[in-house]
Ligand binder design. Structure first.
Ligand SMILES: [Zn+2]
Length: 67
C-alpha cells in the first residue's frame, strides 16, 4: 500500500526547497511490511522495531536530486 498524502504533489510543485520536503517526509508515518514476520505496521524514517516480532527494519527515505 503506497503512501498517499493528499495535496503533496501540489505542495512539492510550489516549494523550491527540497530540504523542506525531506524534513516533512521524515515526520510522516509509512505502512511497511516486516521482512521477518510479514506483518505490516506504521514506521517512520530510520530504525523501526516491529511491534509483532521485534525485528528491526531500517527505513531509508531517499530523494532524487534534480539539479
Ligand atoms: Zn515482524
Amino acid at each position: 500500500m503506497p503512501a498517499n498524502i493528499e495535496g503533496l504533489d501540489e505542495l512539492m510543485n510550489s516549494l523550491e526547497s527540497h530540504q523542506f520536503i525531506e524534513e516533512f517526509a521524515k515526520k510522516q508515518k509509512f505502512e511497511i511490511e516486516c521482512g521477518s514476520c510479514g506483518k505490516t505496521y506504521k514506521a517512520t524514517s530510520g530504525k523501526n522495531v516491529c511491534p509483532h516480532c521485534g525485528a528491526i527494519t531500517n527505513l531509508n527515505l531517499t530523494f532524487n536530486e534534480e539539479s
